[in-house]
Ligand binder design. Structure first.
Ligand code: ATP
Length: 888
């Protein structure tokens, strides 16, 4: 393999070589590999992935379906009935079990597939040089020799040797246990050192907390340091959702009760003189039909189908549990920039030399305008490439977009003042700095010294570090009046909802390395205000939230006046709530904050650490909180929130990794749609459960009635198995796929602690079951009256089977649906009904099937009675719903 024989050159490790030697070794040009080279090399290197446990082959999955306790009992029952001479029953049971197993296999594989495709959607990406330009590729595509760019918030995609770096700090705690971030370097380390001391290397799975870097990939996949211990980390088993856990425990209790009931029934049958074999067969079949073994798997299927729909609507669910949680969210804490606003900034004004000039009136002939423009271009990491392709932070892109107005090429300015060092932007510090040198042939008076530090950031932060102001008449000291004037200008801009950046500089004698200490004694240059309009859909989404009993809260790093203006415009900040600054939060205890959170709708100038306190405060009041985040420092708050929501476009890989849901369009309204989807899915699952449990109850009540009345057993075992296969899974899944409605957003969030099986839900199941049981018993008694036990059991079987199919339509909604459009809006349910109706009609009428399923030929009138009784359950239950709705 390529990696193993390239690991050492003359017994030297990659960290002992210079970056150039490593590049030579991998034969990688400075602008990266070509796609053809990459494809060729991949043949030997393989993919950059940890070999996860392969998905099970289909046959294994199929065999696993037979491991179920009930299926084993059924197989024993089939054997017993074969031994008793009833070969037909034995064959039918085995066929039914096999069909069930096929259905189970298909369902499991389908759910697995949709979960995998979700995983792929949220797979990490890397910025790689390919064919001479930087492209975003899935991390899986990387090969040794690839040149990759890293920046704060990225998760290192593979092991690599650092070629260039600026302020690069990496958290390698997952690998080394060292909690402090490691400062990275580019120089070779001649001595042999331990992993944690290989400071010129980066290791897969660790994450960049600060700065930027360029690396050459040295090892991928299982050859990386993390790959070597990957076997220890394999933890791929999917967690069960709370709903599944509670359903499983409910299912277990119910199964026990049903088994006891079947045991008693077995005893009664034997006591009445039934042969032990037949009595056993019947008891087993009843248990199989009554135990809702499909409950948990239906939840998985419905949730995984639901997440596919959500992914198409820009919300990628990373953890299945999150879908359930979405329905309970009572607070959404959202960032402002890009989530509630468009993140499409345009410069509105320049403020320099004590004057505010609208952007379209700035001129390059004005030294003050020119100087501010220079500073905004130099202290800037964004780029505008060919065809106006914007790369980087929209705030910085906006600054570059002044180029046509100012008529001075950005490239010219950058060439004139090359960047030597930088302190990247960080939302904690709320500023960034770059250090530049002036070229030798520079005779302009713009920046006279050889090195100049340019700082840009939040106005309040920068003002604390400035002690002079640049004016056209020279630099003057910053006094309180000047400071006030700048603050007033800032306030004026902010109240219009504008985002304001301050610029300052400092002339330095030659230094090697920029440190935070250099960001002081600055000379204030000016302000630039920018417009970032709210997204048009934000206002409506906020209103929907409020209607749905969800409290929207804005948490932003921006100025309090800017944040308040925007929040007011979209309806988050109302007259009875207020805005609060991060600095004020620092003065509050957790207890005080807990008491105050309901009053605060906007948090401004917050640091990521404040976010975690806000989440905790809401949680302590019993709320389920969704929190958005994008930066590396947001990860703890995203984890603390019940639903952590990361930004797909602007978010860092670390934030995405810590989240439960990723928004591919970074849009607040997508969170609200996801809540709607979550609530709908939960409701659909409840309907599927209602359908399964009430149908099963109908069967039990019929058997119980016949048994108590001393009448012949109403169903043959094959009947119950047929019903179990036909009327259990398909309509239940179809109900899970019921089209979503907006109604759910008129209700208040579901209490997270509330059990699904509430008293009213159980009552509903009880009533539905009673109706189905009664109609089945009526049909059975009619059969008994008109003929013999065989006719009665045929009628009971036909009615129960069809009644359950009709009942699917009852379970569509809490409201009556008969004679409404809703009755026919679920094609899956109509399909499941039609298929079921055709099959049961076939069994009842086709002579070959009649024998097999132990039914008697019915006259047309008798068939009519079977259908009529079955159908009756629909209008009766609909009527009950209508009465209940009228009462409410
Ligand atoms: P949100 O938290 O809602 O996304 P935000 O973008 O304003 O809002 P941060 O990115 O934390 O929050 O920015 C905080 C402050 O830092 C801004 O108000 C601005 O003054 C300043 N700032 C933002 N971007 C930059 C940048 N690229 N360079 C320098 N300062 C910046």
């Amino acid at each position: 393999m390529m990696q193993t024989d390239t690991r050492r050159i003359n017994m030297k490790e990659m960290y002992q070589l210079t970056a150039t030697q490593v590049m030579k070794h991998f034969d990688s040009p400075i602008d990266g590999l070509t796609s053809t080279q990459a494809e060729e090399r991949r043949r030997t290197s393989g993919w950059n992935e940890l070999t996860a446990a392969k998905s099970k082959p289909l046959w294994k999955l199929f065999l696993e379906q037979f491991q179920d306790f009930l299926v084993i009992i059924l197989i024993i029952a089939a054997i017993i009935s074969g031994l008793l001479g009833d070969a037909e029953s034995a064959v039918v049971i085995l066929v039914v079990i096999t069909l069930n197993a096929i259905l189970g296999t298909v369902q499991t594989r389908q759910a697995e597939r949709s979960l995998n495709s979700l995983k792929n959607l949220s797979a990490p990406k890397a910025s790689v040089f390919r064919d001479g330009s930087v492209v975003q590729l899935p991390a899986r595509d990387l090969i040794p020799g690839d040149i990759v760019l890293l920046e704060a918030g990225d998760i290192v995609p593979a092991d690599g040797r650092i070629m260039e770096c600026a302020g690069l700090k990496i958290d390698e705690s997952a690998l080394t246990g060292e909690s402090l971030s490691v400062d990275k370097i580019t120089d070779a380390i001649p001595d042999q050192v331990a992993l944690g001391d290989r400071r010129n290397m980066v290791f897969s799975g660790s994450f960049i907390t600060n700065g930027r870097g360029k690396i050459i990939i040295t090892d991928i996949g299982m050859h990386t340091e993390v790959g070597k211990i990957a076997n220890l980390l394999h933890n791929t088993s999917a967690k069960r959702t709370p709903l599944q856990i509670s359903l499983d425990s409910f299912g277990k209790k119910l199964s026990m009760a049903i088994l006891v009931f079947c045991g008693i029934l077995f005893g009664i049958s034997v006591f009445r003189g039934e042969s032990i074999g037949n009595a056993f067969l019947f008891a087993v079949a009843l248990a199989v039909a009554a135990i809702p073994e499909a409950l948990s798997s239906i939840v998985t299927i419905v949730l995984s189908f639901g997440t596919q729909k959500m992914a198409k609507e820009h919300a990628i669910i990373r953890k299945l549990q999150a879908v359930e949680g979405l329905g309970s969210i009572s607070v959404i804490c959202s960032d402002k920039t890009g989530t509630l606003t468009q993140n499409k900034m345009t410069v509105e004004d320049y403020y320099v030399n004590g004057q505010s000039v609208p952007a379209d009136e700035t001129t390059p002939s004005d030294t003050s305008n020119k100087l501010l423009y220079f500073a905004s271009v130099l202290c800037n990491d964004a780029r505008i490439e060919q065809e106006n392709k914007e790369i980087g932070d929209p705030t910085e892109v906006a600054l570059l977009q002044m180029e046509p107005q100012m008529h001075i090429a950005i490239s010219e300015i950058q060439a004139k003042y090359p960047r030597i060092d930088e302190l990247p932007f960080d939302s904690d510090r709320k500023m960034m700095s770059t250090l530049h040198t002036c070229s030798k042939d520079d005779h302009s008076s713009d920046f006279s010294e050889k090195q100049i530090l340019i700082v840009k950031g939040a106005v309040d932060v920068l003002l604390q570090r400035t002690d002079a102001i640049w004016t056209t008449n020279g630099t003057i000291p910053m006094n309180s009046d000047e400071k006030k004037r700048i603050q007033m200008q800032n306030q004026q801009y902010s109240e219009q909802g504008l985002r304001v950046l301050a610029f300052a500089y400092r002339e330095l004698t030659i230094i090697d390395k920029l440190t935070f200490e250099h960001e002081s004694h600055l000379t204030f240059l000016g302000l630039i205000s920018m417009m970032d309009p709210p997204r048009p859909e934000s206002k409506e989404a906020v209103a929907t939230c409020i209607r749905a009993g969800i409290r929207p809260v804005m948490i932003t790093g921006d100025h309090i006046a800017t944040a308040s203006a925007i929040a007011r415009r979209i309806g988050i900040l109302t007259p009875d709530t207020k805005a609060c600054e991060g600095a004020v939060l620092d003065t509050m205890s957790d207890q005080e904050l807990q008491e105050l959170v309901p009053e605060i709708s906007v948090y401004a100038r917050v640091s990521p650490e404040h976010k975690i306190r806000i989440v905790r405060a809401w949680q302590a009041r019993g709320n389920i909180v969704a929190m958005t985040g994008d930066g590396v420092n947001d990860a703890p708050a995203l984890k603390q929130a019940d639903i952590g929501v990361a930004m797909g476009n602007t978010g860092t890989e670390v934030a995405k990794d810590a989240s439960d849901m990723v928004l591919t369009d970074d849009n607040f309204s997508t969170i609200v749609s996801a809540v709607k989807n979550g609530r709908n899915l939960y409701r659909n699952i409840l309907h599927a459960i209602e359908f399964l449990l009430s149908g099963n109850l109908g069967a039990i009540l019929t058997v119980l009635t016949a048994s108590l009345a001393g009448l012949p057993v109403p169903f043959a075992p094959v009947h119950l198995l047929f019903i179990n296969l036909l009327t259990d899974s398909l309509p239940a899944i179809a109900l899970g796929l019921e089209p979503h409605t907006d109604d759910v957003m008129k209700e208040h969030p579901r209490a997270a602690t509330s059990s699904i099986l509430t008293a009213s839900f159980m009552k509903k199941i009880g009533l539905d079951g009673l109706v189905i049981g009664t109609t089945t018993v009526c049909s059975y008694l009619t059969g008994l009256q008109q003929g013999n036990a065989l006719l009665a059991s045929t009628c009971a079987f036909g009615t129960l089977c069809l009644a359950r199919l009709f009942h699917g339509f009852n379970c569509k909604s809490e409201k009556p649906v008969l004679f409404t459009k809703k009755m026919k809006n679920n094609k899956w349910l109509i399909g499941a009904f039609a298929l079921g109706a055709v099959l049961i009609t076939g069994v009842l009428t086709l002579p070959g099937l009649q024998n097999l399923f132990k039914v008697q030929t019915l006259t047309l009138a008798q068939l009519g009675i079977v259908y009529l009784y079955a159908f009756l359950s629909l209008p009766i239950i609909q009527l009950c719903k209508w009465i209940k709705n009228r009462k409410n």
